[in-house]
Design a binder for this molecule. Structure first.
Ligand code: 2AM
Ligand code: CA
Ligand code: CA
Ligand code: CA
Length: 265
């Protein structure tokens, strides 16, 4: 496996797909709903996923592909090389704002993250990492993450998770929201993860995401010394949905022990 050429090829495809998405801004979108009225998908999400699948199948016919919009393979194992693709992460932002969304692609070998690409299409900012070779924002290396105290940290999370809801006891996150310096909510898991990677926020919490949401971000954060787990502090399996808790080193342990350990996540 020539990882270096796969890495540069994948970056090239992401740039091409981003250019197509930027060109789509002056076309009319076709919008459909998925699991509920606020769970949206557009023709551009679908076309972008199909674009990547065609490229990957041509160049690497033996690789497997997991894609949010369902054009990839149905996987029950992560053996071999698996591409985890979210063609547009932050579709609601894409539709309403034409910004704050990203293309997210993780490439894993036997379940281990090798390459992570998160492309902020509108800002033309590609966050990328090749495991063991550093993480970059475009051509600039990203510095390793350092420790931060809870009262000096900004935590990214969705306001829904602090409201009464059927999935969790919402009261459990209130002390953390109270003690943190601030909270932010951007609406794209992939971007929120690379914001942890670049120190714009210090941690990110989500109650339920899928492997394509965090596969790329996890490679980038771990490359910089950050910690990626579910809310119980366990490793993710990259095959099923899970909660997500990513944070700087030290801060991850502190929040887990002092705020999250009693939750039934
Ligand atoms: P998406 O835009 O690719 O669907 C929004 O807070 C974040 O949660 C986005 O990264 C969004 O990804 C993700 N997400 C995962 N499952 C979702 C769902 N059922 N409805 C809306 N957003 C979802
Ligand atoms: Ca979606
Ligand atoms: Ca997503
Ligand atoms: Ca998506």
């Amino acid at each position: 496996m020539k990882w270096e050429s796969l890495y540069s090829q994948a970056k090239q495809w992401v740039n091409e797909a981003g250019e197509r998405i930027r060109q789509s801004f002056n076309q009319r979108l076709s919008i459909q709903t998925k699991s509920n009225a606020n769970d949206l998908v557009t023709n551009i999400d679908k076309e972008t996923e199909q674009f990547f699948i065609k490229k990957i199948k041509e160049a690497y016919p033996h690789h497997k592909i997991m894609g949010e919009e369902g054009f990839g393979d149905k996987l029950d194992s992560l053996k071999g090389i698996v591409w985890m693709i979210d063609p547009i992460d932050g579709t609601m932002n894409f539709i309403h704002q034409q910004r704050n969304f990203a293309i997210s692609i993780g490439v894993y070998e036997d379940g281990v993250g090798k390459i992570g690409l998160v492309y902020d299409v509108v800002h033309d900012e590609l966050y990328h990492a090749f495991s063991g070779k550093g993480a970059y924002l475009n051509e600039t290396p990203i510095a390793n993450l350092s420790e931060t105290a809870v009262n000096k940290s900004i935590i990214a999370l969705n306001a829904t998770w602090v409201m009464k809801n059927h999935r969790i006891d919402h009261n459990l996150l209130i002390p953390l929201v109270r003690d943190a310096r601030g909270t932010r909510s951007y609406g794209s898991a992939a971007l929120e993860m690379v914001f942890v990677a670049t120190g714009r926020v210090d941690a990110y919490i989500s109650m339920r995401l899928s492997p394509w949401d965090y596969a790329a971000g996890a490679v980038i954060i771990e490359e910089l010394g950050g910690v990626v787990t579910n809310l119980r502090g366990e490793k993710l399996d990259y095959l099923t949905q899970d909660s997500l808790f990513v944070a700087k080193p030290g801060l991850h342990q502190t929040i887990l022990q002092e705020y999250l350990k009693d939750g039934k996540w």
